[in-house]
Design a protein around this ligand. Sequence first.
Ligand code: SAH
Length: 570
Amino acid sequence: MNAIAPAIVILGAGALDTARRIQARYPGAQVHGLSGRVDADVAYTELNAHLRDLYRRGTPLVALCAAGIVIRCLAPLLADKGTEPPVLAVAEDGSAVVPLLGGLAGVNRMAREIADALDVTPAITTSGELRFGTCVLNPPDGYALSSLAQGKRFVSDLLAGESTRIEGEAPWLDNAQLPRSADARLAIRVTPQAWNGSTDELLIHPRSVVAAIGDLDEDIAGHVQGALSANGIATLALAALLAPVERAGEAALTEAAATLGVALRFVATPATASEARKPHALISTAMRVPHEILAGDTPVALALARAPVDPSSVGQARGRLCVIGLGPGDARLLVPAAREALDAATDVLGYETYVTMAGPFRADQRVHGTDNREEMQRARHAFELAAGGASVVMVSSGDPGVFAMAAAVLEALHESGNARWASVELEILPGVSAAMATAAQAGAPLGHDFCMLSLSDNLKPWDVIENRLRHAASADLVMAFYNPVSRARPWQLDRALDIVREFRAPETTVVLGRDVGRPGGAVRHTSLGELRSDMVDMRTMVIIGSSLTRAFSVDGKVEWVYTPRWYRPL
Ligand code: SAH
């Protein structure tokens, strides 16, 4: 029932082996290691704070440490039993698997899965589960328990010796050791119908109903609930809310789906044909399983399938386009949100070199590497994929907004006027730009006002560059030069330096960062007088200091460059 990948938390290298075996069982799971003690996928600094943080976020927890540690740590947070994630303690050597919390979130199932992966017997302590071989209150994905309170009464009646009938399709109970009898007072009833008032039943709803809306934009959840109850269907039997894809960006839809507790899915419809946007037409376009239409057309159509409907099989998700920067190259300088976006991506786009840097990727992720020059085309391709429901990540180096893809992506969207593109969930995540990465290694040359300039005249005329250089140099701004030279632009840097030298003394501090954060990368210091263009190439960041930028060395060894926070006019 829990789609979120668990966090596998370890304290030391001794647990790493067991952690990796558990990880192999759960796609997307990460091993969290105590910083300084063990290198894993995610580093944390304090166990208690980290466990609590994960628990509060609802992340399933597999802690490879003493059960007591976990209990003591989470005890203050155990107020609401209904919503807790599964929490398990596992012995470091893999010899014991102890489900602790999250009975209704499938902790016993996880315990069995992990125990199976480790080839041991799980320490299951739930009496109903031990007796019947399954937790009847925790039906599998695609089914929902109608009422927990009623369910608990039902299980204690069974434990007290009563038997039960099963009405409806409950394939997961086929092998359960339930005391069954055809004329039992108690019944497990599996049906999309709402509760009929009977107290002798354990009512379980298959999530087998899809509700579609067309242009309805007021009180969406209320209308859907109205249609369900008019047809005697339980709200918990709803699997998905379906709407035209152009509406994917509307907050009212997200809210309605959250209120109803279901997935939100979309259908592409021909924009002109109003018939095709009618709710029942959306259903016939999007639903691939046999179903019966329960409610007509205004304003909600309901489709009832014979078995639970997997929401991901209905229409498409809202597409997503996330524009990220990889930072200079060092994986530690990639922001965690960008890492998450890469992990969640179905499609990754970008210049070959950067896409390779962002990998490795899973077999289910499509990678579209392209030539560096085709920026606008690549941006449009990203929108096309996302509009079809993909989760696309566009990769740049450094920061995506600094001489990189974010602006191209926005320009493509701005120019297109395409409603499907506009409905894509667009996010731009910052990255560590080459100027920041170079500056940090040198010290703090950007400690006061500075500007970033690209010396490439591919996308702007050279006289604009000269004019900007003059103004920046005369304003005594520190300058960070991106794209300083290339084979196709051999003379531009010398010309730029000539201009800067008109305004700044030969002693002016200069920092050169080449391949910063990448293998073989280096940062060195020189002066404007000594700087020659053959010290610089396309993979270099050039930082020209202001009149106040200075360098000093500690013990004659480490040399630091900084620009003070204050400014004294020359
Ligand atoms: N979006 C990128 C910049 C792209 S422009 C960023 O924010 O960093 C490409 C230029 O950035 C290169 O010509 C070089 O001047 C600089 N650059 C990019 N990565 C670099 C690195 N690791 N080390 C030094 N300079 C780099």
